[in-house]
Design a binder for this molecule. Structure first.
Ligand SMILES: NC(=O)c1ccc[n+]([C@@H]2O[C@H](COP(=O)([O-])OP(=O)(O)OC[C@H]3O[C@@H](n4cnc5c(N)ncnc54)[C@H](O)[C@@H]3O)[C@@H](O)[C@H]2O)c1
Ligand SMILES: C[N+](C)(C)CC=O
Length: 485
C-alpha cells in the first residue's frame, strides 16, 4: 500500500531520520476521509534510549554556547517555518482535519512566533547581582538538562514548538513525543531545527502512545516533563515525575465559562461564542463551553447564534472555503456523540446540530444546547468537541459563583460594554487566561496556562523561562571568615 504523505521515517533522532520496524505499526488516518495516509512505527525501548542518550550528549555543548548563538538557531528555524507555512499547514490539515483556512494562520505560524520570540530572548537570559553589604551574591540562570515534551492531538506543531522554543533557548535539549493520533508535523519541526543549525540530538521526536511517554518520564536522564493533554493523563504524569523530583509543566483540559452580560455587543458576543466553541471543531482546551447569558439577552443571542451557525461551511478541510472540518478521530467523535446523547437524556434543549454528517470522515454538526443547568453532565465535563452549553443567569454575583464552581481553571471570558464590570469580573474569575470582549487569543508574548486542575506552570511570555531554567546562587565573602571557634 502506498501512502500519500509518508515521512522518510517514524522518528527523528540524533540529527537524522530513524526507523525501527520492530515497533508496533502506527497507522495515520485522514479525519476527512477515514483513509490511511501514512504508516509509522511506535518507538521501541531501543529508540527511546537512543533519543535520550543523544539529547543528554547534545545538551552539554549546547548549554555552553552563548545565548545569542542558541537564539540564532531558533530564529533561523522560525524563518524556515514561515517560508514553508503552506506545506506545513497542508500536512497539519491532513493529519488533524482542521480546515486549511485555520492551519494557514494558527498552527505553524504560532510555532514560528514562539521560535522567534524565545530565539530573541536567548541572549538576554541572566541571573542577578545581590548586594549584601560588603559581601555579595549572584545568581546564575542554568538550564535544567534533558526535557521531555508530550503533546495532545489538537495543535501538534504549535504544541511541539511552544515546548521546544523556551527549552532550547534556556540551554536544554528535548525529546518530544507527539500524540499518537497526529504524529506527523513534529517530525518536520525536528528536521527544520536541524537544518537551521541545531546540533544532532538537541531536539528529537519519537512516536508512541502512553507507554512510550511513561518510559520517557521515568528515565533518570530526564530533568523536566512538559505535558499538554487531559487532566487524567496529567495526574498520572505529574505523579510519576514527582517520584523522580522532576520539574513539570502541565497544560491540561478545562470547562471554561464565557459570561455574556445584557449590555454586551450582540454580534461580538455571538462571534466570541462561535470562536470559543467551534474553531477547530471545538477541539480547543480553552474553549468557553459553558456560555452564561444574562436572561434579557438570551433569546436574541440564541437566534443570532443559530443564524450564524447555519452559515458554517462544513466540508473538505483542504478547501480554503471550508471553515468547519471533521473531528480528529473516530474515537473522539464517538466520545462527543456520547455527550450529546447525555445532554438530551438529562433534559437539555437541542437548538441546532447534534448529528454525524452522512459522509466519509469524522464530521459532526456544530451543536448548541440551551436550558442547560449546572448539574448536567454537559455543563460539568470537558467534551472536547463542537458542543456549546448555554445557561441563563440573572446577576453578576450569581454568574461569577456558578462560573467558578468547577474544578477546572484554564480560561474564562466576559462580554460587556461596562469597563468597570469587565475588569471586576476578570479579577474574580478563577482561570489562567481571561478574555474581555474576545475569546481564545494566545499570542506568544503573554503567559499561557491553567489554574486549579487545568495545569501547573506557564508556557509563552517571559514566564516560560522560569519553567525551563533554574537559579544557582553563589555567595561571595569579601572579608575574613568569622568562625565561632
Ligand atoms: N492546556 C493546554 O494548553 C491544552 C492544549 C491542547 C489540549 N489540551 C488538552 O488535551 C486533551 C486532549 O488531548 P489528548 O486526548 O491527546 O490528551 P491525552 O491526555 O489523552 O494525551 C496527551 C498525551 O499524553 C500521552 N500519554 C497518555 N498517557 C500517558 C502516560 N501515562 N504517560 C505519558 N504520556 C501519556 C498521549 O500519548 C498523548 O501524547 C484535552 O483534555 C485538552 O483540553 C490542553
Ligand atoms: C493553546 N491553544 C489555546 C491555542 C490551543 C489549545 O488547545
Amino acid at each position: 500500500m502506498t501512502h500519500p504523505i509518508q515521512p522518510p521515517a517514524s522518528h527523528f533522532v540524533d540529527g537524522d531520520w530513524l526507523e525501527d520496524t520492530a515497533g508496533d505499526p502506527l497507522p495515520v488516518i485522514d479525519p476527512a476521509t477515514g483513509a490511511e495516509i501514512a504508516r509509522l512505527h511506535l518507538a521501541t525501548p531501543a529508540v527511546v534510549d537512543k533519543a535520550l542518550a543523544a539529547a543528554a550528549r547534545a545538551q552539554r555543548d549546547w548549554s555552553a554556547l552563548p545565548g545569542r548563538e542558541r537564539g540564532r538557531v531558533l530564529t533561523r528555524a522560525a524563518a524556515l517555518m514561515r517560508e514553508r507555512n503552506r506545506a506545513l499547514s497542508e500536512l497539519e490539515t491532513r493529519d488533524t482535519g482542521k480546515p486549511l483556512q485555520e492551519t494557514l494562520v494558527a498552527d505553524a505560524a504560532s510555532g514560528a512566533d514562539a521560535l522567534e520570540y524565545f530565539g530573541g530572548m536567548a541572549g538576554t537570559l541572566t541571573g542577578e547581582h545581590i548586594p549584601l553589604g560588603e559581601n555579595w551574591a549572584y545568581t546564575i540562570r542554568e538550564p535544567l538538562g534533558v526535557c521531555v515534551g508530550i503533546g495532545a492531538w489538537n495543535y501538534p506543531i504549535q504544541i511541539a514548538s511552544w515546548k521546544a522554543a523556551p527549552a532550547l533557548a534556556c540551554g536544554n535539549s528535548m525529546v518530544f513525543k507527539p500524540s499518537e493520533t497526529t504524529p506527523l508535523s513534529a517530525l518536520q519541526l525536528a528536521a527544520i531545527l536541524a537544518e537551521a543549525g541545531a546540533p544532532p540530538g538537541l531536539f528529537n521526536v519519537i512516536q508512541g502512545a502512553g507507554e512510550v511517554g511513561a518510559r520517557l518520564i521515568t528515565d533518570h536522564r530526564v530533568a523536566k516533563v512538559s505535558l499538554t493533554g487531559s487532566v487524567p493523563t496529567g495526574r498520572t504524569v505529574a505523579a510519576t515525575a514527582a517520584e523522580g523530583m522532576k520539574h513539570v509543566t502541565m497544560e491540561l483540559g478545562g470547562k471554561s465559562p464565557l459570561l455574556i452580560f445584557e449590555d454586551a455587543d450582540l454580534e461580538d458576543a455571538v462571534g466570541g461564542a462561535i470562536l470559543g466553541n467551534f474553531y477547530s471543531s471545538g477541539q480547543i482546551c480553552t474553549n468557553g463551553t459553558r456560555v452564561f447569558v444574562q436572561r434579557p439577552l438570551l433569546e436574541p443571542f440564541l437566534t443570532r447564534l443559530t443564524e450564524r451557525l447555519a452559515r458554517a461551511v462544513i466540508g473538505d478541510p483542504m478547501d480554503e472555503a471550508t471553515n468547519f472540518g471533521p473531528m480528529a478521530s473516530e474515537a473522539q467523535l464517538r466520545i462527543v456523540e456520547g455527550y450529546i446523547a447525555k445532554g438530551l437524556e438529562e433534559g437539555a434543549r437541542l437548538v441546532i446540530g447534534g448529528r454525524r454528517l452522512g459522509r466519509p470522515g469524522f464530521f459532526l454538526e456544530p451543536t448548541v444546547f440551551a436550558d442547560v443547568t449546572d448539574d448536567m453532565t454537559i455543563a460539568r465535563e470537558e467534551i472536547f468537541g463542537p458542543v456549546m452549553a448555554v445557561l441563563a443567569f440573572d446577576t453578576e454575583e450569581e454568574a461569577l459563583s456558578r462560573a467558578n464552581a468547577t474544578p477546572f481553571g484554564l480560561a474564562a471570558g466576559v462580554f460587556t460594554r461596562d469597563i468597570a464590570r469587565a475588569h471586576r469580573v476578570a479579577a474574580r474569575l478563577e482561570a489562567g487566561s481571561c478574555y474581555v470582549n474576545s475569546y481564545n487569543d494566545a499570542p506568544v508574548e503573554a503567559p499561557f496556562g491553567g489554574a486549579k486542575l487545568s495545569g501547573v506552570g506557564r508556557e509563552n511570555g517571559r514566564a516560560a523561562i522560569e519553567h525551563y531554567s533554574q537559579l544557582k546562587t553563589v555567595y561571595v565573602r569579601m572579608g575574613p571568615v568569622e568562625a565561632p571557634f
